[in-house]
Design a binder for this molecule. Structure first.
Ligand SMILES: NC(=O)c1ccc[n+]([C@@H]2O[C@H](COP(=O)([O-])OP(=O)(O)OC[C@H]3O[C@@H](n4cnc5c(N)ncnc54)[C@H](OP(=O)(O)O)[C@@H]3O)[C@@H](O)[C@H]2O)c1
Length: 274
């Protein structure tokens, strides 16, 4: 039940929710959303200053919080996150949100960028999910993978990011099959163009930092609300933004048209500035 001001009822009181990559952006807003619903939260990131700011914001909501710092692809980070959630009573909801995007032509992508994008988006999500599995099974909880519309079809200029986000679908579907009958809910949320923090950075083909400049179709807050709602309703697949939903319909009824759109996009809608 949602209240009139858009804040969730105290649905999550007594539950522990862990959100990776919650030092900024969508992850921060998702952690805030669950805390507003009464959850104890485990937050995570590498930037200590940002992480402390989010901790302060969540404590102000009256929620209990643990902050874990570390690279998401390091198994020690996964263990520390799971230990923190266990200290808070055991995790009911894990949101695998930490991610890194890139822009650049396939032929120019450095080996380091291939590795970083796959390790951050795929290996990190897998290691954290594995570390949380027993807790999630015990609570009949939810595991959410944050993907992208780019995880539904590739687009020119974002090849390895598209590959990594598509891999999350494979991970989720396999895990769902393995956990059949366990009461665990596994979902993938495909985000469209979302509001970015001012200082958000992604990788260029050579590994240098890029700032993204583009319009967005959803605010971070609206995305966080959609993620929390999808967990409450135990949805397995959620596609956000009207463009994402249109893509989903077109993929079903006219895959050839989707291929033509992708070919002609030429990466135009991914404007960049240094
Ligand atoms: N924004 C969009 O339009 C959009 C669209 C589709 C999908 N998504 C997906 O939504 C998720 C959140 O995106 P966002 O826009 O909120 O991005 P963001 O503001 O850049 O946040 C990314 C988060 O991930 C963490 N992170 C990145 N690499 C990490 C690493 N190696 N180890 C540990 N933490 C790491 C960052 O923490 P530190 O900075 O503290 O390291 C940060 O908290 C990502 O999975 C992204 O791919 C976003």
């Amino acid at each position: 039940m949602e209240q009139h001001d858009g804040t969730p009822s105290r649905r999550w009181t007594g539950h522990t929710v862990a959100v990776t990559g919650s030092s900024s952006g969508v992850g921060r807003e998702t952690a805030r959303r669950f805390a507003e619903g009464g959850a104890r939260v485990v937050i995570h990131g590498r930037n200590a200053t940002k992480l402390e700011n989010v901790r302060g914001m969540i404590e102000q909501l009256g929620a209990e919080v643990r902050a874990i710092s570390g690279d998401i692809a390091d198994p020690a980070t996964a263990r520390a996150l799971a230990d923190a959630a266990a200290e808070l009573g055991g995790c009911s909801v894990l949101v695998n949100n930490a991610g890194m995007s890139m822009r650049g032509k396939f032929r120019d992508i450095s080996p380091e960028v291939f590795s970083t994008v796959v390790e951050t988006n795929v290996v990190g999500s897998a290691l954290v999910t594995q570390a949380f599995l027993d807790q999630i099974i015990r609570t009949n909880g939810s595991v959410v993978f944050i993907s992208s519309v780019t995880g539904m079809t590739g687009f020119p200029g974002i090849s390895v990011y598209a590959a990594a986000k598509m891999a999350l679908t494979g991970l989720a579907e396999s895990l769902r099959g393995e956990l059949l009958g366990s009461g665990v809910h596994v979902s993938v949320v495909y985000l469209g163009f979302t509001e970015n923090d001012e200082d958000k950075q992604i990788l260029s083909a050579d590994g240098s930092n890029l700032k993204l400049k583009r319009r967005y179709d959803m605010t971070q807050r609206a995305v966080a609300i959609a993620i929390e709602r999808s967990v409450r309703r135990r949805k397995e697949k959620v596609v956000l933004t009207w463009k994402g939903r249109l893509l989903r319909v077109l993929q079903r009824i006219s895959p050839g048209l989707v291929s033509a759109i992708v070919r002609r996009s030429g990466g135009r809608f991914h404007q960049m500035r240094h």
